[in-house]
Design a binder for this molecule. Structure first.
Ligand code: A2P
Length: 285
């Protein structure tokens, strides 16, 4: 079955489900995950310079194109750069070493627009922009290409409602990262987050004969939020695509949204002194 797509403001279609490749090992694990995903029907792949998976994703897809398993036209590949960091180190280390730039993101946007003009990319978008930043960019005089998407942290414990609503109102597709709360693999001062074991989600999983992960992903899809769950496990890769044979009721959607705790699985507070720090109380990402 073809994956449902969303029409971007650039005119291109983006599959609503993609494979996230953050935290995949840039070796045979990532290559196997990309292969398993293609087989499971994924046509959307999300990478970034800092994930250190761009080459593996690109090489694996190229090989599959050469093998005739897929065509380039069917594929939607997202990447992000050009940030300075240390490749090959644990994420926490990279997070510490990343130095946010003081450069105005509108100037960066102008550079990104040139990539479209040069035919190097088809669509350009943003990530971790808050309501004010997104609005400022969209209202920039002489803007030639609109951001097609805003990739932000969205899951039942961090629903990000105001920003999602802003994206929808302005024709920017919200893309959720860490949709599964990093697989329950996160601890902070509030303790360990076990999103996938949340009783509301596990009881809905039983009700719909799905897993808690599928319930969360479906909740996003029904809100018109695209998802890019990361997995290296072929069964879970397949599972994360099986979202289109059930529908959550209105009350069940609301029950999931009511789980919100404004609780991130990414601590970005170390960037709080950065002039474009996006996380102020009124405009949390
Ligand atoms: P694995 O690669 O072993 O499947 P997030 O996208 O929120 O960062 O979550 C990614 C984490 O969630 C990974 O640790 C991944 O582990 C795990 N994961 C991905 N899909 C599922 C699933 N369907 N059920 C349970 N855990 C999952």
């Amino acid at each position: 079955m073809a994956v449902p797509t969303v029409k971007l403001s650039s005119g291109y279609d983006m599959p609503m489900v993609g494979l996230g490749t953050f935290d995949l090992k840039p070796d045979s694990t990532a290559a196997a995950a990309v292969s398993a995903s293609l087989q499971a029907g994924y046509r959307h792949f999300d990478t970034a310079w800092i994930y250190n998976t761009e080459a593996t994703v690109g090489n694996t897809l190229n090989q599959k194109i050469r093998d005739g398993d897929v065509t380039r036209e069917e594929l939607f590949v997202t990447t992000k750069g050009d940030v300075r960091g240390s490749i090959g180190q644990p994420v926490a280390e990279i997070m510490k070493q990343l130095k946010p730039s003081d450069r105005d993101y509108v100037d960066t946007w102008r550079d990104m627009e040139k990539l479209v003009d040069e035919g190097l990319v088809r669509s350009i978008g943003v990530s971790n922009f808050n309501v004010q930043q997104l609005s400022r960019l969209l209202n920039t005089p002489g803007l030639r290409y609109r951001p097609v998407c805003n990739q932000i942290e969205i899951h039942p414990y961090h629903t990000n409602g105001e920003l999602v609503e802003c994206c929808h109102r302005t024709g920017v597709v919200p893309v959720s990262f860490s949709t599964l709360g990093r697989g329950g693999n996160y601890s902070d001062s509030r303790g360990t987050m076990t999103l996938l074991q949340d009783p509301v989600l596990t009881s809905l999983a039983t009700k719909y004969d799905k897993t808690a992960a599928q319930v969360i992903l479906r909740w996003c899809i029904q809100m018109n939020v695209a998802v890019i769950p990361k997995s290296s496990n072929p069964d879970r890769i397949r599972q994360n695509m099986q979202l289109f044979d059930f529908q959550l009721s209105g009350p069940d959607m609301a029950a999931i949204s009511a789980l919100n705790q404004n609780r991130r699985v990414w601590d970005i507070s170390l960037w709080k002194d950065f002039p474009n720090f996006p996380d102020s109380p009124s405009t949390s990402i």
